[in-house]
Ligand binder design. Structure first.
Ligand code: AMP
Length: 212
């Protein structure tokens, strides 16, 4: 199956998308993660996008479309988290699907309001050693240590208050219209993204099972 996860920054897309991929054997394609790995490794792409990520702006469409083409062209079962983020990217993705003979199976929209996502983002931490995610509003992490491997928990460098405001504005201006874009194609599934994360995962699983 080919699937897109849509939702505001901090809506829980990344966490849920990885769970869905693990349970269904799908490839996880997170464009934010790909960009952050490039920044950390100091590649040409990383140098080009570092400041853009830190300011909370979007990377240009043609760079992102080129990345996604490489990621998807040889894959049949994958989930995209963070792509598309503009109508231009969504249109280009449709063309890539035509070029490589692929069909979009479902678009999951994780519905969480702006106040809630801001609170979530500012509270999130992760362990750079093993990748486990935490949130101060849910987990007990007073000592800022990973309960799995003991690593020191860190915040993402773009999870600061100013950057979060900018990322949410970028989302409202450029990404939110994708909801209507996919609604018109009759492929969008609205999933309530609040409450217990296990329940949210169950809602997504049920939605995807009904599509199969
Ligand atoms: P994320 O991890 O999905 O929140 O993405 C982190 C950052 O990476 C975003 O704030 C953007 O700067 C950049 N980014 C990720 N995906 C895209 C995309 N499809 N188009 C433009 N910028 C992106």
């Amino acid at each position: 199956m080919i699937c897109i996860f849509l939702g505001a920054p901090g809506s829980g897309k990344g966490t849920q998308a990885k769970r869905v991929c693990a349970s269904r054997g799908m490839k996880y394609i997170g464009t934010g993660e790909i960009l952050r790995e490039n920044v950390a490794a100091g590649t040409e792409l990383g140098k080009k996008v570092k400041a853009i990520l830190e300011e909370g702006h979007l990377v240009d469409d043609s760079t992102m479309i080129a990345i996604i083409e490489e990621e998807i062209k040889n894959e049949d079962s994958f989930l995209m988290d963070g792509f598309p983020r503009t109508v231009c990217q969504a249109e280009a993705l449709g063309e890539l699907f035509g070029k490589y003979g692929k069909n979009l199976g479902a678009v999951i929209f994780l519905d969480v309001d702006v106040e809630e996502v801001t609170k979530r983002i500012l509270g999130r931490f992760s362990c750079p050693s093993c990748g486990k995610d935490y949130n101060v509003h849910i987990d007990d992490i007073k000592d800022k240590r990973c309960s799995v491997c003991g690593g020191e928990l860190l915040q993402r460098s773009d999870d600061t208050e100013d950057t979060v405001r900018e990322r949410i504005e970028e989302y409202s201006r450029k990404t939110a219209p994708l909801k209507e874009f996919y609604e018109k194609k009759n492929i969008l599934i609205n999933v309530r993204g609040t409450g217990n994360p296990v329940k949210i995962f169950e809602r997504i699983t049920e939605a995807l099972d009904n599509k199969n």
